[in-house]
Design a protein around this ligand. Structure first.
Ligand code: HEM
Length: 210
């Protein structure tokens, strides 16, 4: 089976994510929740200045999520995530790894899908973002391709929401029902019985204060 899923830390302290990974995680959470709210809000509005403004925010936050996720993925590929505790059943490790992989895939594919959709319906060579920024639209995207990309983008939004629901339910279940240390891997969650925690991301294990 997958080596990544079999990587556990054996006995010893709980391994947590580094401060860099934790900061990017919570910034992404804020941006993604705001982005979902924006997407659902402007979809219901008639054409007009209010819709245009929400749409400009949506495009800008989408571009930010894409850049942040590419940076996060690069960081993660060069700083291996902390090993799982062997107490976590194997099926939960498989579920967690796939939940996280699908997040990365969607957080990269969804902004690109949105970009294709915008390019298919653009009236000129650029599209505006916040702060007087304009970015070029992708050349050669037909209206039909743009519509298809838009439909996939909308369907993916519901998959993303489902992934978030499962992810949050798992984190809360581990923390408050199982009282297992796994959520303590992502501060400000703490291990429920004050089990010792070390930073276990990258090439070494460091004390939390280090
Ligand atoms: C937009 C919403 C969210 C996204 C996209 C997201 C994404 C992710 C990803 C990709 C990871 C794995 C990090 C890595 O290995 O690189 C992760 C870990 C984690 N997240 Fe989230 N997350 C979201 C919301 C939340 C929320 C609201 C909570 C808490 C209620 C939470 C709690 C955790 C915990 C505890 C972990 C560590 C779990 C483990 O290591 O198995 N996340 N998240």
């Amino acid at each position: 089976m997958d080596k990544m899923i079999d990587r556990t830390s054996g006995d010893g302290p709980v391994r947590r994510y580094s401060n860099t990974a934790v900061a990017i995680h919570w910034i992404t959470v804020a941006l993604v929740l705001f982005q979902i709210w924006l997407g659902l809000s402007f979809a219901d509005l008639a054409q007009g200045p209010d819709r245009t403004q929400l749409f400009t925010w949506h495009k800008t936050i989408g571009a930010t999520i894409l850049i942040l996720t590419l940076a996060r993925l690069t960081y993660r590929l060069t700083n291996a995530p902390p090993l799982f505790s062997p107490d976590l059943p194997k099926w939960e490790r498989i579920a967690a790894v796939w939940n996280h992989r699908l997040f990365y895939i969607l957080l990269i594919a969804m902004p690109i899908g949105g970009y294709l959709a915008v390019s298919g319906q653009a009236k000129g060579p650029t599209t505006p973002l916040l702060g007087e920024i304009s970015i070029p639209v992708l050349p050669g995207v037909s209206e039909g391709m743009g519509e298809l990309a838009g439909d996939v983008h909308k369907a993916a939004a519901f998959l993303l929401i489902a992934l978030i629901v499962v992810h949050v339910a798992a984190a809360l279940k581990h923390q408050f029902i199982d009282r297992a240390p796994v959520s303590g891997r992502m501060p400000p969650f703490r291990t429920p019985h004050d089990e010792p925690v070390v930073i276990g991301q990258g090439d070494g294990v460091r004390a939390v204060e280090g």
